[in-house]
Design a protein around this ligand. Structure first.
Ligand code: SF4
Length: 270
């Protein structure tokens, strides 16, 4: 947080000459630190340089600020990842469908037995509904969820050769699979950059001033306009982690928040 972006007035001019040696040999640092250092460097050298329009980002640039938020969160939660325990696309798809209206932790309590008894699409599609409902009962909505799993197992088996499809269009054609679930699978099982807008991501995006919308698709687009794709999948995990630990829905702990300390959160609606 040392070089928090509290420098809204950083110059947009940039010197091509006299690059300080220290900037070249410094050890590894975050992208934001690099950006701030470049901006400060340009201020120092401006007197000898021919001013020119530059891409050097500043705190006033929403995209730069959003990237800086992600850099902060990366330092805070370097291991942030999908909380649903799974092995491969099939298990992640099933676990994500089950996570509707409940917590990832609770899903993780039922999936070991579920995956042991139904290890693939064919087995799941041929399951007895009452057996599935009994396993899923701790999650609530077991009748609907059992129906979704049966439908997914049968659809994967009949239409996709037992494999999970890799396109959003095909994924959302499966029972119980919406855009959010599809994005979770694309991002975490197939490595395709995808933004997952859950309750935490939506709430933080609004408080950070990235969006004014409560529509997940709109929020997804607004985040996509601010973050480069390489941030999308894991950046959402980091937002979720921050939402769980610090920026909760009812009592955000702004006084302890690194994003406030770094001057990166306008606390919209707080
Ligand atoms: S400063 Fe407050 S509102 Fe902003 S991210 Fe931190 S906890 Fe949330």
């Amino acid at each position: 947080m040392a070089v928090s972006g509290g420098r809204p007035g950083l110059s947009r001019t940039r010197a091509r000459t006299r690059i300080p040696v220290a900037l070249v040999v410094l050890p590894m640092r975050s992208r934001r630190e690099d950006a701030v250092r470049r901006a400060v460097s340009s201020e120092v050298a401006a007197a000898d340089a021919v001013p020119e329009v530059s891409e050097v980002p500043t705190m006033a640039d929403p995209a730069w600020r959003a990237g800086a938020v992600d850099d902060e969160l990366m330092a805070l939660y370097p291991d942030a990842a999908c909380a649903l325990e799974h092995d491969g696309p099939f298990q992640l798809l099933v676990a994500t469908v089950l996570s509707a209206q409940t917590t990832d932790a609770r899903v993780n309590t039922v999936t070991p037995e579920l995956f042991e008894r139904y290890p693939d699409a064919a087995a799941l599609g041929a399951a007895r509904r009452e057996d599935l409902e009994a396993i899923l009962r701790p999650l609530g909505f077991q009748r609907a969820k059992a129906g979704h799993l049966l439908g997914i197992g049968q659809a994967l088996d009949e239409r996709f050769g037992g494999r999970v499809p890799r396109s959003r269009e095909e994924l959302v054609s499966l029972p119980g699979v919406g855009r959010k679930t599809a994005n979770v699978v694309l991002g975490n099982a197939f490595g395709q950059p995808a933004i997952t807008v859950d309750t935490h991501v939506g709430r933080l995006s609004r408080r950070l001033g990235w969006t004014t919308s409560k529509d997940p698709v709109r929020v997804e687009k607004d985040i996509a306009s601010l973050w480069e794709p390489w941030r999308w999948t894991d950046g959402c995990h980091r937002l979720i982690e921050h939402g769980r630990r610090v920026c909760s829905a009812r009592s955000p702990r702004c006084g302890e928040c690194a994003l406030l300390e770094a001057g990166l959160c306008p606390q919209v609606g707080i």
